[in-house]
Design a protein around this ligand. Structure first.
Ligand code: ACM
Length: 478
């Protein structure tokens, strides 16, 4: 039997009443509705008479079940239940509810495609940590991952690339693995992912990133690009000059894409990116200047805000709400902002600060740390993250960018256990003690991750398989 102080995230209020409930069969709680409980919150009562759960909504019942699972022991997280009773639970009352309504994680399946099974598993892991928004980064320069029946080349061409940059050898140039990479989700796959997420009270917020990060789409339909020249699906990382041409055809194309996206994803919020848009090509392109002038824009750079504004309006006409990254520039006030660099006033904000919650950043200064992204973000840094206070903050979101995570095992390593720390930041109340968290994590939560088969980074240092020598182009430091 585990005790109440093993729970993660840490609950709001626990009142132990002493004693143990011992059952021959796994507990089947008596449930009741209590509208006085906060959204997603619950009251779990364990007494000699049995287990009761009260909640005001289905998510609350779901999170109460997650708590019960933790109290039963790590075995309750195994895919195959080899445990046999008796089942012992500590008696007491747990009252719990989340600090934020948006407890997100971005998964970048554009840089490296993750098979559907890996996405479903990632949703399972999010649910265990009570994260409730999967920001699904579906398109980028290096791959287009959502089937759009009206534009088949997006996936027959845009979902495949010739190879990938790997690491950064000592002379500063990256290695090229020469290994083709690709994949995409069919409409049926996406419906399955959305339904699986919904069963776990997770909303999937899709992202179609425009007008930068769009070279895979341009590779599929060269007329979407400024030069009109054929381009490959990009095989390197970083900010890219090949952005979309803004004109009537492009606007119409992306309206159709978004209409399709809305038909697949029920999420109220749909992300249209808007980040990292170098406008060099627009400034030297007479057609872009002429189009900007025809729209009454004083400078060609304003095409970015204008184009995104067209898509914001289109999403609103479909009853949805746009989200964009903060560097997208001024956007209509109803746009939700993913705040990774700054926190613009006048918008609802999802806090995604690069300096705190980017999980592609290296986890230690150890020379064998495998992930060649520049900044150091330790588990303790992640736990220390404190979201800014503002009524416009919906919550926060961790980011799993996958340039250097070419398979689900590397995603495990980058995400865990830091995502467990993040989960506690966005669920639990503000007062947190890292030493206590680390001890609870090590003694009680890592065994749960072990039972789930998560290949997390050990707290003691990089795991040997992540750093095995001899992988072409692999290096240890930027
Ligand atoms: C971002 O990291 N470009 C949102």
């Amino acid at each position: 039997m585990t005790s109440f102080d093993t729970l993660l995230p840490r609950p709001v209020r626990v009142t132990p009443t002493g004693g143990t409930l011992v059952l021959d069969e796994p507990p089947s709680p008596v449930i009741s509705s209590d509208s006085s409980l906060p959204a997603e919150g619950f009251r779990l009562t364990i007494s000699p008479a049995g287990v009761e759960v009260a909640a005001s909504d289905p998510a609350g019942f779901f999170y109460a079940r997650q708590t019960l699972r933790q109290l039963l022991g790590p075995w309750a997280f195994r895919a195959v239940d080899l445990h046999s009773g008796p089942y012992a639970l500590p008696c007491g009352v747990i009252e719990d509810w989340p600090r934020y309504s948006w407890r997100g994680c971005l998964l970048d399946v554009a840089r490296h495609f993750m098979p559907k099974a890996a996405v479903l598993r990632f949703l399972d892991l999010m649910a265990v940590h009570r994260l409730n928004v999967l920001h699904f980064h579906l398109t980028d320069d290096q791959g287009w991952r959502i089937e759009v029946p009206a534009f088949p080349r997006l996936t027959t061409v845009g979902a495949w690339r010739a190879g990938s940059w790997v690491g950064r050898p000592p002379d500063g140039t990256p290695g090229h693995d020469g290994r083709p990479h690709g994949g995409y989700y069919t409409v049926d796959d996406l419906r399955e992912i959305v339904a699986y997420a919904a069963e776990r009270h997770i909303t999937v917020v899709p992202e179609i990133d425009v007008p930068g990060h769009s070279q895979a789409a341009i590779a599929a339909y060269p007329w979407l690009g400024v030069t009109g020249q054929p381009l490959e699906v990009l095989t390197r990382w970083g900010i890219n000059d090949n952005i979309l041409a803004v004109n009537d055809l492009t606007v119409d194309f992306y309206r159709q894409v978004l209409t399709h996206v809305v038909s697949v994803f029920p999420s109220q919020v749909i992300c249209i990116g808007g980040d990292e848009v170098p406008t060099t090509q627009w400034t030297t392109d007479p057609a872009s200047s002429a189009y900007a002038a025809s729209r009454g824009l004083s400078q060609v750079d304003d095409l970015r805000g204008w184009f995104l504004g067209q898509l914001v309006t289109h999403l609103e006409s479909l009853g949805r709400r746009a989200m964009a990254w903060d560097d997208a520039g001024p956007l209509p006030p109803n746009t939700v902002i993913g705040a990774w660099l700054s926190t613009p006033a006048g918008h609802d904000l999802v806090l995604c600060p690069e300096e705190h919650v980017y999980l592609d950043h290296r986890q230690s200064d150890h020379p064998d740390e495998p992930i060649p992204v520049g900044y150091l973000r330790t588990l303790e840094d992640m736990y220390a993250y404190e979201p800014i206070e503002s009524p416009r903050v919906l919550g926060a979101q961790a980011q799993v960018w996958t340039e250097h995570l070419d398979n689900p095992r590397r995603v495990d390593y980058a995400a865990f256990p830091r995502l467990a720390a993040f989960a506690e930041v966005v669920w639990s109340q503000k007062n947190r003690d890292y030493e206590e968290f680390e001890s609870r994590l090590t003694r009680h939560h890592l065994p749960r991750l072990d039972a789930l088969g998560v290949e997390y980074r050990p707290l003691t240092g990089p795991h040997p398989w992540q750093t095995r020598p001899g992988v072409p182009g692999r290096v240890r430091h930027l």
